[in-house]
Design a protein around this ligand. Sequence first.
Ligand SMILES: [Zn+2]
Length: 446
Amino acid sequence: MRDLSMFNAEMEALSPADQDRVERERLPRQLEHVFARSRMVRDKLSAAGLDPDPSRFGDPDRLAELPFITKTDLRASQEREPPFGDFLAVSPEAVQRVHRTSGTTGRFVYTALTRNDLAVTHDCGARAFWSAGLRPHHRVIHCLNYCLWMGGYTDHANLENTGATVFPYGVGNSRQLVRVIREAGIDTISSTPSYPNVLEGVVREELDIEPRDLGLRLGLFGGEPGLDDPNVRQRIEATWGLTVRNANYGVSDLLCNFAAQCEENPDLHFLGQGALLARLIEPHEEGDVPVREGAVGEMVLTHLQKEAQPLVRYRTSDILEITGTGPCRCGRTGFRFRVVGRSDDMLHVRGINVFPGGIARVLEPLLPEVTGEFQIVVNHPSPYTQLDVAVEQGPAAAPEDAAALARRVEAGVKDALGITVRVDLVPAGSIQRTDTGKVRRVLKTY
Ligand SMILES: [Zn+2]
């Protein structure tokens, strides 16, 4: 009988020995495909003076000898050969679905998937949503952007693959959204963790009821950080009467969604077994860091069965802290982790590694005196002796309190992170947003 605690127990509960066996089986075949068909990878190997010999690098322990691939490589490849780049390793006719992935800087990258790539994507995505508690009896409304973004249509298909009933909504028109949720008896929402805050007022105005009476019982969140903060979780749970789950972590250039929390443990579980080989590196020295409890490093991923745009030793820029290995109480064996920051955002201040997320956690208890939005402005590369931070004042801050509020933020950062910051309070909404509505946390003016 099927194990209903997991979507794909065969992969999600692999023993370390079996996972190693799967990786050793799949990696040489993957490298054979990559070395034969990806001009970008062949050129990188030849620039490094290496032979494209799959039998040599097919041992996972020798992968570290290969050069890294970065987002910059993907952009350059697609400029050379638009639209899919010279790392497209299949004929263009074999491509079935295309998304566009962003960076906060630079041009977009087109991500192409074949029929088999889609099957792998939807399997891993369903593992993640299932791990977060989604089941076939749920009715889920999906509120991420469908316009070319992977989180829209492909996560929709991931949700469907669990057997749940899925309503495709997208973003915007929140008045209609709350009416549909009530009329159709929807009990689950899939969105960014900040979206419920937007909906709160709409529910009260449009339906004249409290958010918790709308009927939502499960929240599947992803697409932006925030859920590591217990205050954020508790606030959403208290307002909406729903269970908050971190359900959707992915790296669009590689795999849409391959990590989620379970019902026992709030940390993300790696669920890309069989599709991705995950390693950690020290982001400056670039040496491998063993994946064990307490380790911190940048995640580097290698595809194990990708057809269209296979990547090897891809630097994700995400810095992870490994919070557990071995089996979780839920039975899944993938390592557990938190994303502590982006390698491009890591700042060295008097010998301390600082991520913007640390400052976000200091601001959280000060809401609504601050909006929670802030930006670190630097005019030279690391290291720093102190940081300048622009912090947006919130609706509850009286102008005459501004100086005192700034000092409280400075003291809070000193206390929590051990570094000195100089805070400049600015009006709400005045820090520039990117085209996806986010604030760039570190602004480099040099
Ligand atoms: Zn678990």
